[in-house]
Design a protein around this ligand. Structure first.
Ligand SMILES: NC(=O)c1ccc[n+]([C@@H]2O[C@H](COP(=O)([O-])OP(=O)(O)OC[C@H]3O[C@@H](n4cnc5c(N)ncnc54)[C@H](OP(=O)(O)O)[C@@H]3O)[C@@H](O)[C@H]2O)c1
Length: 267
């Protein structure tokens, strides 16, 4: 690895929501960034916003991460720009609300392509440079990763994978100075629920954090080398209870909660 390469933080799904807020925090603390998502206009606007604060302008890479060659394409673009990834933030992801048997099959498998396959492939592809730099990995999971989720079955399962993969990798890399952190937010107001097909207010009476607060908690946990970060006291309680309560009790509750979000949604 050439010493002349510049260390960069690669943030996926940086065009909006939690990913954009994570990018703002890394930039504030002086990290150089590469930002990727499909919405080039939003990425360019964020890069302009960061450059206007006097920080280095992030490299913008417009890319559909569901593409099989996404990791290769990102590595090539970052390499051509003279960078190497020392910190990887796997944030891009989406969910779908509804019964798995009723939702579109291709859309659900494309969720697995993004939330699971792309996240794993990027992690493995950039691991050599992250190892060389004794860097960090932040994988955005969810409190959905702690239990099965009838009404969002595939999404919950993808996040269980992210949580499991991250914790196992953290253990494997612990003696190499590389940390792996799984960020597990609770429901957070972003474009996520609209994309998922939710109707009305998907949050109900429960306390919720902003995406900036979630990003700040994730960043702090990453920098502290924590393996699992659940932002918010209420979400930490839910995560703990989901591990303690029998599935026969939790599954009907989750099913009712998810289907209530779906009710009244346009067909
Ligand atoms: N919001 C919540 O309640 C919540 C709770 C727990 C966990 N999470 C997780 O947090 C992460 C960020 O979600 P968010 O709430 O910030 O949602 P969001 O505002 O919808 O952001 C999702 C990001 O992923 C990107 N993305 C989606 N599909 C992509 C694709 N095929 N290729 C490349 N980028 C893609 C989107 O960019 P483009 O559309 O421009 O490609 C966008 O930047 C996700 O992994 C989500 O599962 C969210």
């Amino acid at each position: 690895m050439s010493a002349s390469l510049r260390d960069v933080v690669l943030v996926t799904g940086a065009s909006m929501g939690i990913g954009a807020d994570l990018a703002r925090i890394f930039a504030r603390d002086g990290f150089e960034l590469a930002l990727t998502a499909r919405s080039a206009g939003l990425l360019e606007a964020l890069a302009d916003e960061i450059a206007a604060t006097g920080r280095a302008r992030p490299l913008v890479i417009e890319l559909d991460l569901a593409r099989r060659d996404a990791a290769q394409e990102l590595a090539a673009r970052i390499g051509r720009d003279g960078g190497r990834v020392h910190t990887l933030v796997n944030n891009a992801g989406f969910g779908l609300i509804g019964a798995a048997g009723d939702l579109d099959r291709a859309e659900q498998t494309s969720m697995i392509d993004l939330n699971v396959r792309a996240l794993s492939d990027l992690t493995l592809a950039f691991l050599p440079s992250i190892r060389a730099a004794r860097g960090r990995i932040l994988n955005v999971a969810s409190i959905a990763g702690f239990l099965p989720g009838p009404g969002m079955a595939v999404y919950y399962a993808t996040k269980a994978y992210v949580l499991s993969f991250s914790q196992a990798l953290a253990q494997e890399l612990k003696d190499e100075g590389v940390t792996v952190t799984a960020l597990c937010p609770g429901p957070t107001p972003t474009a996520f629920f609209q994309r998922a097909g939710a109707s009305g207010d998907p949050f109900g009476p429960f306390p919720k954090l902003t995406s900036a607060q979630v990003a700040a908690a994730g960043y702090a946990g990453l920098m502290a080398g924590r393996r699992v970060v659940v932002p918010g006291r209420f979400n930490r309680l839910l995560a703990t209870l989901s591990g303690l309560s029998p599935r026969a009790i939790t599954l009907p509750i989750v099913a009712r909660m998810q289907m209530a979000r779906f009710k009244g949604a346009p067909p």
